[in-house]
Design a protein around this ligand. Structure first.
Ligand SMILES: [Zn+2]
Length: 455
């Protein structure tokens, strides 16, 4: 399959943030074969030509570094609209304890569709609620990603420290370390593809210091390292978590992680807000990644991560929308804009549109250790989104700078999204699944969950 995309501005998101004007991209099967302003292509050997009249900009498919797709079922619940993290969690755990496999699939399908419709082509998800006796499994998330045609880093999340053992979650949603690691092994054997261009990878994601025992944290890391898998957990998100770590482990969160060996380029922390300067240096020196989730961090009033300090120290930093109950949206372009705007509050006006775009693309790919993603160049995966700059939202701005327009103006949905050489969004619509039907089914299940008997 050979597709030529013609007559488009291209934000390559390479190291120099190169912008090509009136350029073309030649895609062969799942890979970009050529890119440039003067491509000579034999039209008789093409299967499809996408000739973009008017003004469009192509960007690498965005990378979402942190999510809880199942929370799409409980987003915007009135009781938790104004809560901070621990109250928000304790209130919703009993609801999530009623999850079914059908709900996990329906919410993943809708949450991933929302991401795709913002230009996101690779999503990392941490699924960590496994109610006792239910048919809930990470398999449902992977099935939804495959049905849609989006790449997934399916995180096998876990919770092993319930209330009776001094943790935050109810005992009904925690599992034993043996159950957790056996299921992770099963998922790796069944789905994990270590090759470049993989559609599915399994990452190891014990949830947080307040829901996982130190033993499981250590065992999860050893398990992952023996198999070359990535690890992620929540860290330094709130002052409450910091107090919990000081009271329970007599250490600040980063020191606790250091004691467990949880630092390194195969490790990332979601949030990384409450970090002391020496902790930022330590994360940088060890190449430990941080997923910046600005909307969620503002929504729960958690704080603002020191993104530029982390990058300067050498940490890979990506972007995450975080779970849908705490954003409450799954739009990567909006998240990049949010990162830029809140970055300016923290660092002044120098946090540029290009820096924000790089977090959503090249930097996010680095965080997931996917060098074939996150930039547009020959040999890279053919993952991209095309935005129509003739839309009213970009009027004025796009004639000067397509990248500035994309980040500074109000986010719009892309007209086309390609994943691994295949168009999954055409003329602004997802072509792989019946989205209105998926939303209706999801909303039926969301209502059913909100009426669950335990709540
Ligand atoms: Zn999270």
């Amino acid at each position: 399959m050979r597709t030529l995309i013609k007559n488009v501005a291209i934000a390559t998101c390479d190291e120099n943030d190169t912008l090509l004007e009136r350029a073309s991209i030649l895609v062969e099967d799942e890979t970009i074969a050529a890119i440039g302003t003067d491509l000579e292509v034999d039209a008789t050997r093409l299967d499809r030509i996408v000739n973009l009249a008017g003004r469009h900009v192509a960007v690498p498919g965005f990378i979402n570094g942190h999510h809880h797709l199942y929370q799409t079922l409980t987003r915007g619940l009135p009781a938790y609209q104004d809560a901070k993290l621990f109250d928000w969690l304790v209130g919703q755990y009993p609801l999530w304890a009623e999850l079914t496999g059908e709900m996990v699939y329906a919410s993943a399908l809708v949450g991933l569709a929302e991401l795709l419709l913002s230009g996101c082509t690779t999503a990392s998800d941490m699924f960590y609620v496994f109610p006792r006796g239910s048919d809930v499994a990470v398999d449902h998330v992977i099935r939804a990603a495959r049905d849609l045609g989006i790449r997934i880093h399916a995180g096998r999340g876990s919770m092993s420290r319930g209330v009776s053992a001094g943790g935050l979650p109810p005992d009904a949603v925690v599992q034993t370390p043996d159950q957790i690691l056996e299921d992770t092994e099963r998922l790796v054997g069944r789905y994990h593809d270590p090759r470049p261009g993989a559609r599915v990878r399994i990452d190891v994601m014990p949830c947080s210091p307040f829901s996982v025992t130190p033993e499981l944290m250590r065992d999860s890391l050893a398990f992952a390292r023996a198999r070359g898998l990535l690890c992620q957990t929540h860290l330094a998100e709130t002052r409450d978590e910091e107090d919990y770590c000081l009271e329970t482990f007599n250490k600040r969160p980063v020191a606790y992680m250091e004691e467990l060996g949880w630092l390194g380029p195969d490790v990332s922390f979601a949030h990384g807000i409450h970090l002391a300067p020496d902790e930022v240096v330590l994360l940088g020196q060890t190449g430990t990644g941080v997923v910046h989730c600005p909307s969620s961090n503002m929504r729960l009033a958690s704080g603002v991560a020191p993104v530029l300090d982390l990058l300067a120290a050498g940490s890979p930093v990506g972007l995450g929308v975080d779970g849908s109950s705490s954003n409450d949206g799954g739009n990567l372009l909006a998240e990049a804009r949010q990162a830029m705007l809140v970055g300016r509050l923290r660092y002044g006006p120098g946090f540029s549109a290009r820096q924000a775009l790089s977090l959503a693309t090249r930097q996010g790919a680095g965080l997931l250790r996917r060098p074939e993603l996150g930039s547009l160049a020959p040999g890279q995966a053919a993952d991209l989104a095309l935005f129509d700059l003739d839309r009213v939202e970009y009027a004025g701005a796009a004639v000067h700078d397509p990248i500035g327009a994309l980040l500074l103006c109000q986010p719009t949905a892309p007209r086309f999204v390609m994943v691994a050489g295949k168009m999954v969004v055409e003329a602004g619509e997802i072509v792989t699944v019946d989205l209105p039907r998926a939303v209706a089914e999801h909303n039926r299940l969301a209502r059913q969950l909100a009426l669950a008997p335990s709540v």
